[in-house]
Design a protein around this ligand. Structure first.
Ligand code: DAH
Length: 340
C-alpha cells in the first residue's frame, strides 16, 4: 500500500508536468482527490489493514494528500500568473499613439470681422444691441424720417410680409427702438442681417450684414463723430489710416456724410484695391435728424446725437482681398477653411 501511495504521487507529478490548461488541472484534481479519486480509493481499502499498519499508512496517506494538494495549488498559481500576464499583454495600451485627427470648425470671416468691430466699439464704451430682422414699416422707414413715397425708399426695396411688416433693409431701425426704450446717454452698436430685393452678383446679395452705431447725449457734436470714426478706422485698418468725410444725404441724419478711409493696401498712392483712388468708401453717418429724435420722444432742443452705419461684407472683402461676395455665402470649405 505504501508503494501504491508513492506511485499515485509520482503519477500525479508526471501528469502535472504534461498539462498546460487550467481545465486539465481541474480534471487532475478530480482524478486524484475527488470522491472517486485514486487517493480516496486507497483510503477506503484501509479497513483491510492490520491495527499496526493502519496508523502508519494513514499518516503516509495524509502526507501524500498534502503533497498532492500543494502540487496542484502550485500549478494553479502558475497558470493564474500566466493567464494574468497574457491578459495584460493583450490589453496593452499605447498612450503615445497619435489620435485620429479631429476636423475642427472655425469662425466664418463675417463673424471674425463682426467680433473685431464689436471689440473696438465696446472698448470705446458702446453696448451691443440686437434688433429684429422682421421689422415694421414704421421702424424701418417712418420713424427714420423716411415716409411713404420718399425717394430714399427706392434703393431699399425689400421683401414684404404684409404692407406694414417687412424684412429690414438696414440696421438703422434699431436706433429708433433703442431711443424709445432708453434714456440718454445712449451709446450702442448693433450688428445684424439686413435684406434687399437685389439680384445676386459679385457685390450684391439679397441678404447681407450691417453694423449700426448711435450716440445720443447732451452736447454731442460732429467732432465727436469724427473722432470716434477716426479712432475706429485706425484700430480696424492700421495706425496710419486717415479718414475723409464727404457731404452726403440720408433722411435720418442732418448733416450727413460718407466716410472714406485711406487705402490700407497702398497707403493712398492708388492701387487695384482702391481702383487708383487712394481712398475706400466704407460708411454713412451724420448727426441724428431732429425729426428722428422727436419721433422717439427725445427732445432735440436738449439732446443731440450722431449715427453711422456700414456693410460688414464690404469690410471683410477689403480686409481679406475677396473680389466676389458670393464666396461668403456658398459654404465651400476650400474657401472657409482659409480663415481658421
Ligand atoms: N442705413 C444706411 C444704409 O443702409 C447707412 C447709414 C447711413 C446708417 C447713415 C446710419 C447713418 O446710421 O447715420 O445705407
Amino acid at each position: 500500500m505504501k508503494e501504491k501511495l508513492q506511485s499515485i504521487k509520482t503519477a500525479l507529478e508526471k501528469e502535472l508536468s504534461e498539462i498546460s490548461t487550467s481545465e486539465k488541472l481541474e480534471e487532475l484534481r478530480v482524478k486524484y482527490l475527488g470522491k472517486k479519486g485514486e487517493l480516496t480509493g486507497v483510503l477506503r481499502s484501509m479497513g483491510s489493514l492490520s491495527a499496526e499498519e493502519r496508523p502508519v499508512i494513514g499518516q503516509l496517506a495524509n502526507v501524500v494528500r498534502a503533497d498532492i494538494e500543494a502540487a496542484l495549488a502550485e500549478k494553479k498559481q502558475a497558470f493564474d500568473a500566466k493567464a494574468q500576464e497574457m491578459k495584460l499583454e493583450r490589453e496593452k495600451l499605447d498612450v503615445t499613439v497619435p489620435s485620429n485627427a479631429q476636423l475642427r470648425g472655425g469662425r466664418h470671416p463675417i463673424s471674425l470681422v463682426r467680433r473685431e468691430l464689436e471689440e473696438i466699439f465696446i472698448g470705446m464704451g458702446f453696448d451691443v444691441v440686437d434688433g429684429p430682422e422682421i421689422e415694421t414699416d414704421y421702424y424701418n422707414f417712418e420713424a427714420l424720417n423716411t415716409p411713404e413715397n420718399h425717394p430714399a425708399r427706392d434703393v431699399q426695396d425689400t421683401f414684404y410680409i404684409t404692407k406694414n411688416i417687412l424684412l429690414r433693409t438696414q440696421t438703422s431701425p434699431v436706433q429708433a427702438r433703442v431711443m424709445e426704450s432708453r434714456k440718454p446717454p445712449i451709446r450702442i452698436i448693433s450688428p445684424g442681417r439686413v435684406y434687399r430685393s437685389d439680384a445676386v452678383d459679385a457685390t450684391h446679395s439679397p441678404m447681407f450684414h450691417q453694423f449700426e452705431g448711435l450716440y445720443v447725449d447732451k452736447g454731442v457734436t460732429m467732432g465727436d463723430l469724427k473722432g470716434t470714426l477716426d479712432m475706429f478706422a485706425k484700430k480696424m485698418f492700421g495706425e496710419n489710416t486717415r479718414t475723409r468725410f464727404r457731404p452726403h444725404h440720408f433722411p435720418f441724419t442732418e448733416p450727413s456724410a460718407e466716410v472714406d478711409v485711406s487705402c490700407f493696401a497702398c497707403g493712398g498712392k492708388g492701387c487695384r484695391l482702391c481702383k487708383g483712388e487712394g481712398w475706400i468708401e466704407i460708411l454713412g453717418c451724420g448727426m441724428v435728424h431732429p425729426n428722428v429724435l422727436t419721433n422717439c420722444n427725445i427732445d432735440p432742443d436738449v439732446y443731440t446725437g450722431y449715427a453711422f452705419g456700414f456693410g460688414i461684407e464690404r469690410i471683410v472683402m477689403c480686409r481679406y482681398g475677396i473680389d466676389d461676395m458670393r464666396y461668403l455665402y456658398e459654404n465651400d470649405l476650400r474657401f472657409l477653411s482659409q480663415f481658421n
